[in-house]
Ligand binder design. Structure first.
Ligand code: F6R
Length: 241
């Protein structure tokens, strides 16, 4: 894994955005794998700026997100579909028909999961996949477990993940405890992976991801097996290395 050390969150966001912008310019019909959460927000903001001020063109781009809260409809203000529209898609010239996010309210859960993997594989996988890192070591919502799970599926979120994401939810008992997440096959099929890690809350998980053995109890450690991973981490996140 290639490690890029940056000073702070601002530098991380600009570096990540520069890589994505290059990808978009070099291959205008790229397929991008996208994450939600707080970490990629600065990157999306910079990409929006580059679109608005420099004409960065997303008109032929296709995107696939990693996950969605189970039980939240696309128009729910805490759904990841709402997040993506609000922070990114509404501000760039992307064709929303080419933006894929699992449905949080599928009619047929098994079919939805199977279809999501099929759509990603039919298009040939992601050219570039953005990942955040959970403090549990999760990537997408693949939480620590006895084995690496390859496929998209419904998962229970770890208590610490529910707490970490809870501040987005006004009423505590509305916090979803389950999500639909892609599995490791989706992630490892990407041609390039960008793992973005900021803050000391992630320091231990990052240390174990980079230096530990490949272990499903530290899900991100599987990235050691991928030939093209760039980790962009700020000083706080690197404090345990
Ligand atoms: C989000 C996702 C999660 C987050 C992770 C870090 O789509 O798949 O794995 O990337 O929970 O979240 P933040 O960035 O909020 O610390």
């Amino acid at each position: 894994m290639k490690l890029v050390e940056v000073l702070d969150y601002e530098a991380l966001s600009l570096h990540a955005a520069a890589i994505i912008a290059n990808q978009v310019r070099n291959k205008p019909n790229s397929v991008l794998g996208l994450a939600t959460g707080s970490t990629p927000l600065g990157c999306y903001k910079e990409l929006v700026r580059q679109h608005q001020e420099e004409g960065l063109d997303f008109s032929q781009i296709t995107t696939f997100n990693l996950d969605e809260y189970y039980g939240l409809a696309p128009n729910h203000r805490n759904s990841y579909r709402h997040y993506m529209n609000h922070y990114f898609f509404n501000h760039i010239n992307i064709d929303k028909k080419r933006t894929h996010i699992p449905s949080g309210v599928p009619q047929d859960l098994i079919a939805e999961c199977r279809d999501y993997d099929q759509r990603a594989s039919d298009i040939g996988g992601m050219d570039c996949q953005i990942l955040g890192l959970g403090s549990t070591g999760h990537i997408a919502f693949n939480e620590p477990s006895p084995s690496f799970e390859p496929f998209t599926r419904l998962v229970d979120l770890d208590e610490s993940t529910i707490q970490a994401n809870g501040h987005y939810f006004k009423i505590e008992n509305t916090i979803p405890r389950q999500a639909i997440t892609v599995g490791m096959r989706f992630i490892l099929n990407s041609r390039a992976i960008l793992l973005l890690v900021s803050s000391d809350k992630k320091a231990q998980a990052l240390e174990r991801t980079l230096n530990g053995t490949v272990d499903p109890m530290v899900p991100a450690s599987i990235l050691q097996l991928h030939p093209n991973v760039t980790v962009i981490a700020d000083k706080e996140a690197l404090s345990m290395l």
